[in-house]
Ligand binder design. Structure first.
Ligand code: NAD
Length: 352
């Protein structure tokens, strides 16, 4: 066996239907007496539901989380936390709300309980990306890893069909890159293959019937596994391209991941044959890259960067930014080939 290093991350995970009912006891076991509930404005209704479950331990709601974790939002929350004498935060939502909880934890060391309602996976990672003055900076520190994650399948039933598909493929992207990571290890690779399998079989069912409890459960289980992959091993070309397109061209997070992934996988196919075999097996398709494209198509996701707002003239600049400080990647980063990759993704061509 190839030698490896494995770092386990300390987090407690509760998974099931109706697990929100266990929230108060989880908060109590962290020693918290007054917690602040975080959400986006769109999910304030769910935040209110959470507050009810918290009973006397719920001190209030801060429903101003926004995409890309702007520092000014965090700075608005901090005086509220001080004035209410808060000793913990509960974040309900996707990566945006979880990012706010992490940004607060970074500055205050307050414990976090997270209730994820998308498949993005931030809850399982010690990673925080924050935006200030139009620039997004990412850091990795155990200070931001949530102490407790409560996965309640029931809270994901209302995730709109379109977002369910793209968020699920965003999760798959973490597992795909974990399979060819430089620091991959057998445990994370098992989780990665299982995570892709669970999402690939459930997402098309959800696209046809978003209220299917079994498929929702399967998808959230897959998202957990894929999030753990993102939290444990390094990411490569695909994540670099998506950070570039999101950070410098303001393209939407989950859709960008969904469109770019088949092309990044095609780029790496020859350099990572074992990973490709595992991805293809998990997808139930002969070909990893083509299988990912077909999955995106089956869930009705956008397939072309031009359809989510990227201009053809931006391909040159995106290539330049993405190749300037590349992450480690199984295949060398070749500027011409990356330009072709982005052109194919822009046009929505199926990778061959
Ligand atoms: P999001 O959190 O921005 O959510 C998108 C919208 O959907 C929001 O309005 C949200 O309130 C709403 N929503 C979420 N769940 C819902 C539900 N069940 N029902 C109805 N509406 C719901 O989207 P996301 O894709 O989860 O997160 C993207 C952000 O997370 C990006 O900023 C990305 O960089 C970050 N992220 C960070 C990490 C990390 O490890 N640090 C990992 C993944 C994503």
């Amino acid at each position: 066996m190839t030698p490896f290093t494995y770092n386990g991350l300390p987090s407690r995970v509760i998974f099931g239907h109706g697990t929100l009912s266990r929230l108060a006891e989880e908060v109590a076991s962290l020693g918290c007496h007054r917690v602040l509930v975080l959400s986006t404005p769109e999910q304030e209704g769910q935040a209110r539901q959470v507050l009810e479950h918290l009973g006397e331990r719920g001190a209030g709601i801060f429903a101003e989380a926004r995409m890309h974790t702007p520092v000014e939002v965090t700075e608005k929350a901090l005086p509220i936390i001080a004035s209410l004498d808060i000793d913990g935060v509960v974040a309900i939502g996707g990566g945006s709300t979880i990012g706010l909880g992490k940004a607060i934890a970074l500055r205050t060391d307050l414990p976090q309980v997270v209730i994820p309602t998308t498949y993005a996976g931030s809850e399982m990672t010690p990673i925080l990306g924050e935006t200030q003055n139009g620039l997004k900076a990412t850091q990795r520190t155990l200070k931001v890893l949530p102490e407790v994650v409560v996965y309640d399948v029931d809270l994901t039933l209302g995730l709109p069909v379109g977002m369910s598909g793209t968020s699920g493929i965003n999760a798959i992207a973490h597992a795909v890159e974990a399979l060819y990571a430089q620091d991959r290890n057998p445990v994370i690779s098992l989780m990665a293959e299982e995570g892709i399998t669970a999402l690939a079989r459930s997402l098309p069912i959800i696209a046809g019937n978003p209220g299917d409890h079994d498929a929702r459960s399967d998808a959230l289980y897959g998202a957990w596994l894929c999030g753990a992959c993102l939290g444990s091993v390094g990411m490569s070309l695909h994540h670099k391209l998506c950070h570039t397109l999101g950070g410098s061209f303001d393209l939407p997070h989950a859709e960008t991941h969904t469109i770019v992934l088949p092309h990044a996988v095609a780029y790496n196919a020859e350099a990572a044959p074992e990973a490709m075999a595992r991805i293809a097996r998990a997808l139930g398709n002969r070909d990893a890259a083509g299988g990912l494209y077909d999955l995106a198509s089956a869930v009705g996701a956008p397939l072309a960067l031009r359809d989510i707002g990227m201009q053809a003239r931006d391909i040159d600049r995106a290539t330049e930014i993405a190749t300037r400080n590349p992450y480690w990647n199984p295949r060398e980063i070749e500027t011409d080939a990356i330009h072709r990759l982005l052109s194919d993704a822009h046009a929505g061509r199926r990778p061959t």
